[in-house]
Design a protein around this ligand. Structure first.
Ligand SMILES: C[S@@+](CC[C@H](N)C(=O)[O-])C[C@H]1O[C@@H](n2cnc3c(N)ncnc32)[C@H](O)[C@@H]1O
Length: 384
């Protein structure tokens, strides 16, 4: 093969170069933002191909070559009627991209000469890809990823600007009905949504069950309003077996909820009725609704509990001020935009915004217990 030389060229004018460089940096930042939708899609492809599970099972978490990963994918996808063809080049590009974000480790052999020689490049699990392994991993983030990458919602995002122009709900603009109504008609989207909620509850509620340990001792009956499949209550009754749980949600959700020892499933509309209990829990409920609806739910919760009763809110408390650039604030704001699309009037709130809701509903005090997650536990009391 003929050799080819690389010719270096250098521009002139130092000032011009630095202003061009700064404009180019901003353009690169913008391109990085514009291409962000690639990330969940590449992650989804990796999880659908079960790459984290393959590395966990076959490599014992240690790195496997692209060819090895490809052959396990082929074996998993071949049936008696067809032999699965796996394109190693495409697979390599997905692995390489995700490794650049720390999803996989990337290891090249020392005598590596050709960058595209996929036999010599190995990929292993990192703490991030361990969160995406699904087999026997009740705390997998895979189901939540599938919700974020679900086309029903990606389609709804196309209408975001119309919410600004018309003050309409983004999802309703796309589908002419609320997200909850939509889910009652689309069993697959309903399953994806509920599995995502279950996945989040499994991790967050294990932490709540431990961090509010003393508080649960005085609670004998606990109603989880909008409790989905009952996974939050399941985590709590597992740790605190004296508690009788009531999992309260819409009929199409309760219809697919699995039986859980110590938990009774009950269907209903929380805006009309909340069952009485020592404590009411609402996880990821207030962020689904506007202030007026939240106050209504909080008042119903107030009425449903005794004088010494508690209302437990599990929701993100978005930071402000100095926290402006922090990852948790940015994640809170990402969720806030998502709430514009996934709900009718929902939003993420600061502590001040929550406080106003609690006061308006009649609560006298609240306590915020920080959790090592996006959400915090907020305990509301009727007395000071
Ligand atoms: C964001 S999900 C949270 C689910 C669960 N609490 C969790 O965090 O895993 C909101 C839940 O509220 C339920 N929901 C919506 N409207 C409701 C209503 N009017 N009455 C009862 N539940 C409702 C939905 O079906 C869904 O399960």
């Amino acid at each position: 093969m003929e050799s080819i030389d690389r010719v270096f060229s250098r521009g002139t004018g130092q000032q011009m170069i630095s202003s061009c460089e700064s404009a180019a940096t901003q353009e690169l930042q913008l391109y990085e933002m514009m291409f962000s939708a690639v990330k969940p899609m590449a992650l989804k492809a990796a999880v659908l191909l079960k790459i984290p599970d393959i590395i966990a099972a076959q490599g014992n978490g240690g790195p496997l070559s692209v060819e090895q990963i490809a052959s396990h994918i082929a074996a998993a996808n071949s049936s008696s009627t067809s032999n699965s063809h796996v394109d190693v080049g495409y697979l390599y590009r997905i692995l390489r991209f995700l490794a650049s974000y720390g999803v996989f480790t990337e290891q090249e052999e020392a005598d590596q000469a050709d960058d595209a020689d996929t036999k010599k490049i190995k990929y292993g699990l990192t703490a991030i890809s361990k969160l995406l392994a699904q087999s026997e991993n009740q705390q997998s983030c895979g189901p939540f990823l599938f919700l974020m990458a679900e086309k029903v919602y990606l389609e709804a995002y196309q209408h975001l600007h119309e919410s600004v122009l018309e003050g309409c709900y983004t999802f309703n603009k796309a589908y002419d009905m609320s997200p909850w109504e939509y889910l009652s008609h689309d069993p697959q989207a309903n399953r994806i949504f509920n599995e995502a909620m279950t996945a989040n509850s499994s991790t967050v509620m294990a932490s709540v069950a431990k961090m509010y340990e003393d508080g649960f001792e005085s609670i004998n009956t606990l109603v989880d309003v909008g409790g989905g499949m009952g996974s939050s209550l399941s985590m709590i009754v597992k740790e605190h077996s004296h508690i009788r749980g009531i999992n309260f949600d819409l009929p199409h959700v309760i219809a697919t909820a699995p039986p859980i020892t110590g938990v009774e499933h009950m269907e209903g509309n929380m805006f009309e009725h909340i069952p009485s209990a020592d404590a009411v829990m609402m996880k990821w409920i207030l962020h689904d609704w506007d202030d007026e609806k939240c106050v209504k739910l909080l008042r119903r919760s107030y009425e449903a509990t005794p004088a010494n009763g508690k209302v437990l809110i599990v929701d993100a408390v978005v930071g402000g001020g100095k926290e402006a650039e922090s990852m948790s604030r940015r994640l809170g704001l990402l969720f806030d935009i998502a709430m514009m699309v996934y709900t009718t009037g929902g939003k993420e709130r600061t502590e001040e915004e929550f406080k106003r809701l609690f006061q308006t509903a009649g609560f006298r005090s609240y306590r915020i217990i920080k959790l090592p997650f996006l959400q915090a536990l907020i305990v509301l009391s009727k007395s000071e």
